[in-house]
Design a protein around this ligand. Structure first.
Ligand code: ZN
Length: 196
């Protein structure tokens, strides 16, 4: 496993797009019916070092099964950057908190990033899609336990018991593992036909 310059650029570019997407997606909540007054993330304390490290570690652990440094790093970064959905709180508008912590955001992010970066990069798709799972896993493990999982269709905050953190992490590992396995298998058959 080694890290080349193109991996670093890839990780930075994907992270930047993902971060703006999470911040942008939360703007949708300003037109939803169940919006509330959002708290300012700076006055509220925002992300502290412990949370950043926790989210990063949870993301990295799930992505290790890819056995590729660029995806392992992305697993960590995306699990942290999803919290840019809190930035909307700086705008003094009404909305729904933590819009990025939802299935719709996971789907939108997978589609946008795969189109922008590489349509056949299934590992990237798996990392982006499961970043929501590893992120929520650490949130439940540490402090928060309620998320608008089904927004913008059902804007109810769904709560999870603390023990459920492990289910989210295992689900992420399973999805990334299966997708990586299939991608590796596909690549090896392709390279074999190429050699012939
Ligand atoms: Zn969070």
């Amino acid at each position: 496993m080694k890290l080349e310059k193109k991996d670093v650029l890839f990780v930075i570019a994907v992270s930047a797009v993902y971060c703006s997407l999470a911040a942008g997606f939360s703007l949708v909540s300003t037109i939803l019916p169940d919006k509330i007054i959002l708290t300012n993330p700076i006055e509220h304390g925002g992300l502290n070092l412990k949370e950043i490290t926790g989210h990063f570690a949870w993301g990295v652990v799930a992505a290790i099964v890819t056995l590729r440094v660029r995806y392992i790093l992305l697993g960590g970064f995306l699990a942290v950057l999803i919290d840019s959905d809190h930035l909307i709180g700086l705008l003094h508008v009404d909305g729904i908190p933590r819009m990025g912590h939802s299935i719709t955001f996971a789907i939108v992010a997978v589609i946008v990033l795969m189109i922008l970066f590489h349509k056949n990069d299934y590992r990237l798709g798996a990392i982006v899609g499961t970043s929501i799972l590893t992120h929520i896993s650490y949130d439940i493990f540490s402090t928060e336990y309620g998320f608008p999982i089904f927004t913008p269709f059902v804007n109810k905050i769904i709560e999870f018991p603390r023990e459920d953190w492990i289910l989210f992490e295992i689900a992420a590992i399973a999805i990334i593992g299966i997708v990586s396995f299939l991608a590796t298998k596909k690549e090896s058959t392709q390279s074999r036909t190429f050699v012939r």
